[in-house]
Design a protein around this ligand. Structure first.
Ligand SMILES: [Fe+2]
Length: 317
């Protein structure tokens, strides 16, 4: 190998490792999102996870593409669910980057945020405050310095839970949170409506755990949280963290009899690990009187995901 080729190869390897050089995607408006039936749809939301924002231009552009793709849709998106790991290093500047982008769209959607392990691994208290203050600001609610809340959009309840302390990659879900979840799910589902719960971490042994991500599950309170979720009918659990992609284990049933499901949102910033692996991908949900539809979308380019496991349609019970 000549010296020139060697240097070039080395430079390219360095570039690939350096977040400064994240790819910047351009958004197309040729394939706008179209709902199954925009006259009958009762609530719509889009969900992404693991944006892992760093301080580079790509972070802003690629995140902006997500919101702009929602704006280009043939129909309105009521809510956005960001399933945690908003920032990569948990820096204030990274959160400013996220919320500065969202501020341009804040009149279009209700934003739901939760904390991922990257958000709180260095500075729990400070970042919990940043994130929960934003939940308060955008939804007009009070969180009382806790990591959980719920809010109704068009009559459908979205419940957010999250860690109350730093426990490496997992979550610490307090008894207070579990009781809150129980009470809120009882209220939300009493008239037969579906309810949605979001947490960064998934349940143990779901979505290919632990093989897909060794330390990827919720942690100590896993079984207690899951037991509460399985008590109620038509509950949909949205989570991130696993960077799985769109593959056979992206969506799975937690309790067949009660119609309780879990959806693992692919990671937004980086290439995912299984099946359809493109970054910039998430899912959007359409809620109808009789069903819920989840569809994968490469938001960062405004493209449909033509792959197996990209659409799930669940009849409500
Ligand atoms: Fe994570």
């Amino acid at each position: 190998m000549s010296l020139k080729v060697f240097v070039l190869k080395y430079k390219n390897q360095l570039k690939a490792m350096n977040p400064k050089y994240d790819e910047i995607f351009s958004l197309s408006d040729n394939e706008p999102i179209r709902f199954r039936d925009k006259d009958k749809v009762k609530m719509t939301f889009a969900s992404i996870a693991d944006t892992h924002l760093v301080n580079n231009e790509a972070a802003t552009v690629n995140l902006n593409n997500f919101f702009q793709d929602l704006k280009n849709a043939d129909g309105k998106f009521d809510a956005v669910l960001m399933a945690g790991d908003i920032a990569d290093y948990g820096l204030k500047s990274e959160y400013n980057r996220f919320f500065d982008v969202f501020d341009k769209y804040k009149n279009e959607h209700k934003l739901f945020v939760t904390m991922g392990n990257h958000d709180v691994r260095f500075t729990f208290g400070k970042n919990q405050k940043i994130i929960m203050n934003k939940a308060e600001e955008y939804l007009g609610i009070k969180t009382n310095r806790k990591s959980f809340y719920s809010y109704d959009v068009n009559g459908y309840t979205i419940i957010v839970i999250g860690t109350e302390k730093r426990v490496l990659e997992k979550a610490h879900i307090t008894k207070e949170q579990i009781d809150f979840l129980d009470k809120e799910l009882a209220r939300a589902t009493k008239d037969g409506k579906p309810a949605f719960v979001m947490c960064h971490q998934a349940f143990a042994f779901t979505h290919g755990l632990p093989e897909v991500w060794k330390t990827g599950d919720m942690g100590e309170q896993n079984d207690d949280v899951r037991a509460v979720m399985e008590k109620y009918k038509n509950v949909f659990f949205i989570n991130g963290h696993l960077h799985g992609g769109v593959f056979e284990k992206t969506f799975e049933v937690l309790n067949e009899e009660n119609n309780v499901y879990s959806l693992s949102i692919p990671g937004y910033r980086k290439k995912n690990n299984f099946g359809y692996t493109d970054c910039g991908t998430g899912y959007y949900g359409e809620i109808y009187d009789d069903k819920v539809i989840f569809t994968a979308r490469k938001f960062v380019e405004g493209k449909r995901v033509e792959a197996e496991y990209s659409r799930f349609e669940i009849e409500l019970k």
